[in-house]
Structures are given as C-alpha cells and as structure tokens.
Design a protein around this ligand. Structure first.
Ligand code: C2E
Ligand code: MG
Ligand code: MG
Ligand code: MG
Length: 289
C-alpha cells in the first residue's frame, strides 16, 4: 500500500548501522531501477489566474511509486538523485514527458518543469530543451522552466549565457522558492525571469493579524511588477489566503485550495469539462499538512 507520510520509507532505507551512506546507496540503486522500469510519473498541479480563476497552466511534479514502499516524495529522492548524478537522466525524462503530455492537452495551458541546479549548469541543457520541444510539437511559449536561487551560488557569468540561450528558444523562466535561498537580489538585474514564485513559507500564516509575511509578499510583488515579472503564490490553502494574495497584487495562485497535483487524465478533464476554470475546493476537505 502507498505510504504518503514517508516514515516507512525512512525505516526501509535507514535501518542499517551505516545509516546515511548505505541507505542512500540503496535508494540510488532503486532509483536506477525506477527509471528503467517506468516507476516514475508526473502529477500536475493547476496554476490559476488571480483575476478570473482561469487555469493558465500546470506545474509538473515528479512522483515515484516504489513497488514495495509505495509513493516516495520528491523531497526525499530528488536530493539523492542530485548527489549521485542520476538527476540528469531523470530530469531529461521529466522534460520530455511533460512536453509530450502537455502537447496533447485540450487547451494550450502552460506546463512548468522543475530543473535542478545540477541539471541547469550542464552545457547541453538548451539542446535538450530544444529537442523536447521539437519531438513533442509543444510551442515554446507553453513551456516554463522553474529554477531556484541555488543556481546563482557559484555564479561565474556562465548562468547569464545559459539564460540567454534558453530565452532564445522562446520558453519562459520562473524563479522558484523565491526568498528561501542564500542569494542576494543582485542576480535579478540580469536574469530574464518571466515569473517569481513566492515560496509557501511566506503564504503560511500571512493572514494572521500582525504577521509580517503579508508585508514581505507585498514587497516581492512590487519588486516583480517593477521588473515586469509575474508572481505566483505557492501553497495557498484557504479562502482567506486567496483574498489576501489577490489584494497584495499577485498575478497567480497555486495551492491545494484550487487543487492538489493530479494525474494527467485529470488535467484533460479540468481543461475540457471544467472549461479551464478553477473553483476553490470546500474548506472542510482541506487538511493542513
Ligand atoms: P516545488 O517546485 O516548490 O513544488 C511545489 C511543492 O509544493 C509540491 O510538492 C507541491 O505538491 C507542494 N504544494 C503545492 N500546493 C501546496 C499547498 O497548498 N500546501 C502544501 N502543503 N503543499 C503544496 P512536491 O510535489 O512534494 O515537490 C517538492 C519539491 O520537489 C518541489 O518543490 C521541487 O523542488 C522538487 N521536485 C518535484 N518534481 C521535480 C522534478 O521533476 N525535478 C526536480 N529537479 N525537482 C522536482
Ligand atoms: Mg517548482
Ligand atoms: Mg516552489
Ligand atoms: Mg520547493
């Protein structure tokens, strides 16, 4: 049975005396098998326009169904894949699969793909992206790559060239988990982002009176506006949070309130039958996690 909480995963991978190294080795081996045996798939979470609740796109989120352990969250296995180098192969699979699946959606909604900083620094990333677009037939404006601040940690002007090469393909770039990394704001001067994603840690608690997160979100939004970038607030779970985010001028919302990540068949249903519009889900069915 699938274990959502990950405790079973931890026990399975970490029971030995040599904990860290050995359990990571084991997860690494299992990940290689996962790639070869189709145990990976993508779930998609709607990104909704604050103005009219139109679904403008979906973020592709990697899922691993382990044959014995059930679902393992990317928060657990992506760091391992990054450490052992497997993230390159996995990332390529994600890119190709997301483009291929999005190409057949009944509306031209965007698809956002997470790119690890390890993947980002590889010279051939723009080529891989071009291939994924060509093979799928997806138009470049529909593809958005999500990159985190960590790509700027050892910045040596290489990233500026990389950004330019990616933008030259006609795709969009988003800065993910904004405000949670260690970088300075200096990189925003040159990096051609189309969107800033405001991390859910800022949304959390923002509606409480006197909480400072609302002020921080407001400042990020005005910075993004000035630079001509869109903003997505992540992790929105409550109607009150929608209202606040809208008042603060955020252009987009992504969170359980409009939908958890779903299988691709459900994306078709939402875009087709749902008319491409989202409605906040009943508050009672929401559980804070
Ligand atoms: P992320 O890119 O910031 O993705 C957003 C995460 O927030 C997702 O977690 C999503 O399910 C979760 N989320 C969205 N709305 C809500 C909400 O209202 N409440 C709460 N509590 N959570 C919400 P997920 O799917 O577990 O992914 C975690 C992280 O794993 C991602 O964070 C991303 O950094 C990484 N990841 C996922 N897929 C990929 C991938 O294909 N490649 C790479 N390199 N990393 C990935
Ligand atoms: Mg993301
Ligand atoms: Mg994020
Ligand atoms: Mg994150």
């Amino acid at each position: 049975a699938a274990k959502g909480d990950g405790r079973g995963v931890h026990r399975f991978y970490a029971e030995s005396m040599l904990e860290g190294a050995r359990s990571r080795k084991r997860m690494e081996e299992d990940l290689r098998v996962a790639l070869a045996q189709d145990q990976l798939h993508l779930a998609y979470q709607p990104v909704v326009s604050t103005r009219d609740e139109e679904i403008v796109g979906f973020e592709a989120l990697l899922r691993w169904r382990h044959p014995e352990l059930g679902d393992i969250s990317p928060g657990q296995f992506v760091p391992v894949a990054e450490e052992c180098g497997l993230i390159e192969q996995i990332g390529e699979w994600v890119l190709r699969t997301a483009c291929a699946e999005a190409a057949s959606w009944p509306r031209p909604a965007r698809v956002a793909v997470n790119v690890s900083s390890i993947q980002f620094v590889k010279p051939h990333l723009p080529t891989l992206v071009a291939q994924a677009l060509a093979q799928s037939g997806l138009t470049p404006e529909r593809l958005e790559l999500e990159i985190t601040e960590s790509v700027f940690l050892n910045d040596n002007h290489e990233s500026e060239r990389k950004f330019a090469a990616l933008k030259a393909l006609g795709i969009r770039l988003a800065l993910d988990d904004f405000g949670t990394g260690y970088s300075s704001l200096g990189y925003l001067r040159h990096a051609p982002f189309d969107k800033i994603k405001i991390d859910k840690s800022f949304v959390r608690g923002a509606v409480r009176p006197g909480n400072r997160n609302a002020a921080i979100i407001g400042a990020i939004v005005s910075l993004a506006d000035t630079l001509g970038m869109e903003t997505t607030a992540e992790g929105v779970e409550l109607q009150d949070e929608i209202d606040l985010i809208r008042n603060l001028g955020c252009s987009h919302i992504q969170g359980y309130i409009y939908g958890k990540p779903v299988a691709v068949a459900e994306v078709h249903r939402m875009l087709h039958e749902g008319g491409g519009r989202a409605t906040p889900v009943g508050l009672k069915s929401l559980r804070r996690s």
